[in-house]
Design a binder for this molecule. Structure first.
Ligand code: NAD
Length: 501
């Protein structure tokens, strides 16, 4: 049905929408006692919801409830098939509420409804379905041993997992953590971003309706430097599952080190290269390269924000790329035809504009776009932007801008392309456009990147791991590998008494 809805349909649904507020703690919605949290629709600049965020005391209550649910409750102890039933029920409820979930994320952070309804929410549902399907298909091990000994190697849930997630894919990033962590038998406290807290609260309601017991899944909307920090320092939290910036990922490791050495899994930032060779199919390379930097307003960790062009085809490619970029016109995110919504808020728009201004002041040429604009007189929009001939050390080439801004540069040969691509502290995603199998083989081995796309960008499904190398993080979301993050290995060496008979 979603695909058939018009802008007017979505707007009418938005008028009827009611948001939950507060926090979901120990099985109930509660009024929180922290600083006020104000959620603003970046397309209209109007307040969507305002309520007190979580405080340190609220974190403590939730952490104790989770500890109790894990140490004394049924969730970690029940038969996996029983947990699977509950998680499948949650996935089914999400399916029933998928338009509502999509609408909430679009209103809360500005992504086009075509993306939230067509990608984010179906993928979030798939994460829960996959986790439920997978959880009783993983076996423990018996090690080879002498006859009078049995050595079991068991995977057990870690305990209390705090999932701290960003605003660019609010529900999807949460689902990639919460689904496998719950499936593995943990208790999870989800802290959504202060910029996009609302879909997590609906998820909490659906989880309770599905039968997730009190204390097993809780949601604490709140500020990073208060609620996030407090969770990261808390002694009842055993594991942090984080998606966000590399800066905060580093801080979490310090908090963990200065508290209880909790596990810290980080999906962090990216400054992802895309290499376009002269043997590539240029029309599709240009179309997909525009998508790779301008979809979701460039607020994408895997955005291909460094575009390196083989000299012989650079001009021809750029003509095609400009044409593809022109399709990203700022527009109402509730219109299914819109491909570029507003940036998440005024601060972020100002931050992205700062990069463009400094590039211009530093003598770089803005090839197209970059201007802030309003749609119907409102919103934190900007035109998609490209910056020409950006040198390797320039800020626009090294820093994650996290907006619709691409840095362009040219290379002479494969060796230079590889050097430029790997010349970064990040290692999340990389794209390679070529039809030369030997080159593809060489480069896919030598690019330092957790994800590599050849002649495409951004494709993947719930069965493949997602995550980065270097300062882009550790551990992987999605796939069976995600379970590794939420389980600990236990070795049980059992000696059998000598048998008289
Ligand atoms: P952010 O690091 O500012 O915030 C992420 C989360 O951390 C938020 O919930 C925030 O409240 C919390 N936080 C902030 N300060 C904290 C602190 N001191 N202690 C504990 N928690 C704290 O990132 P953002 O602006 O929300 O998101 C954008 C970033 O996320 C980009 O760098 C992007 O690349 C990254 N990201 C990475 C992936 C991935 O899979 N690698 C996916 C999506 C986004």
């Amino acid at each position: 049905m979603t695909g058939l809805k018009t802008a007017a349909d979505w707007q009418a649904s938005a008028q009827r929408l009611r948001f939950s507020s507060g926090g979901f703690i120990d099985g109930d919605f509660r009024t929180l006692s922290g600083r006020e949290l104000i959620s603003i629709n970046p397309a209209t600049e109007q307040v969507l919801a305002a309520f007190p965020a979580a405080s340190e005391a609220n974190v403590d209550t939730a952490a104790r409830a989770a500890r109790h649910a894990f140490d004394d409750g049924g969730w970690p102890r029940m038969a996996p098939q029983q947990r699977a039933v509950v998680i499948k029920r949650l996935a089914a409820l999400m399916q029933t509420h998928q338009d509502q979930l999509a609408l909430i994320d679009t209103l809360d952070m500005g992504k086009p409804i075509a993306e939230s309804a067509g990608f984010d929410i179906p993928q979030a549902i798939a994460a829960f379905q996959h986790a439920a399907e997978a959880l009783d298909k993983r076996y423990d091990e018996l090690a080879p041993s002498a006859e009078d000994v049995q050595v079991a190697i068991r995977r057990e849930p870690i305990g209390v997992v705090a999932a701290i997630v960003p605003w660019n894919y609010p529900l999807l990033m949460a689902a990639w953590k919460v689904a496998p962590a719950l499936a593995a038998g943990n208790c999870v406290i989800l802290k959504p971003s202060e910029k996009s807290p609302l879909s997590a609260l609906l998820l909490a309601r659906l989880a309770a309706e599905a039968g997730v017991p009190p204390g097993v899944f809780q949601v604490l909307p709140g500020y990073g430097d208060e609620v996030g920090k407090c969770l990261a320092l808390h002694h009842d939290v055993d594991c942090l599952a984080f998606t966000g910036s590399t800066r905060v990922a580093g801080m979490l490791q310090v908090y963990a080190g200065s508290s209880n050495l909790k596990r810290v899994w980080c999906e962090a930032g990216g400054k992802n290269p895309s290499l376009i060779f002269d043997d590539a199919s240029l029309p599709s390379a240009a179309d997909i390269s525009a998508l790779a930097i301008y979809s979701n307003q460039g607020e994408v960790c895997i955005a291909a924000s460094r575009l390196y062009l083989h000299q012989p085809i650079a001009d021809e490619f750029l003509t095609l790329f400009d044409r593809a970029a022109a399709a990203f016109v700022p527009g109402d995110p509730l219109d299914p035809a819109t491909r570029l919504g507003p940036l998440v808020d005024a601060d972020h728009l100002a931050r992205v504009q700062g990069f463009i201004q400094r590039a211009r002041a530093g003598g770089l040429k803005i090839r197209h776009g970059g201007e802030p604009v309003k749609v119907d007189g409102k919103g934190f929009y900007m035109r998609p932007c490209s910056i020409e001939d950006v040198p390797p050390q320039a800020e626009a080439m090294t820093e994650e801008i996290f907006g619709p801004v691409v840095a362009l540069a040219r290379f002479a040969d494969e060796a230079e392309a590889l050097r430029l691509a790997n010349n970064t502290r990040y290692g999340l995603g990389a794209c390679l456009w070529s039809n030369n199998p030997a080159r593809i083989n060489r480069l896919t081995r030598r690019l330092k990147s957790g994800l590599i796309w050849v002649n495409t960008w951004g494709e993947g499904d719930v069965t493949v791991p997602f995550g980065g190398m270097k300062a882009s993080g550790n551990g992987r979301d999605k796939s069976l590998h995600a379970f590794d993050k939420y389980t600990d290995l236990k070795t049980i060496w059992q000696r059998f008494p000598a048998d008289e008979g």
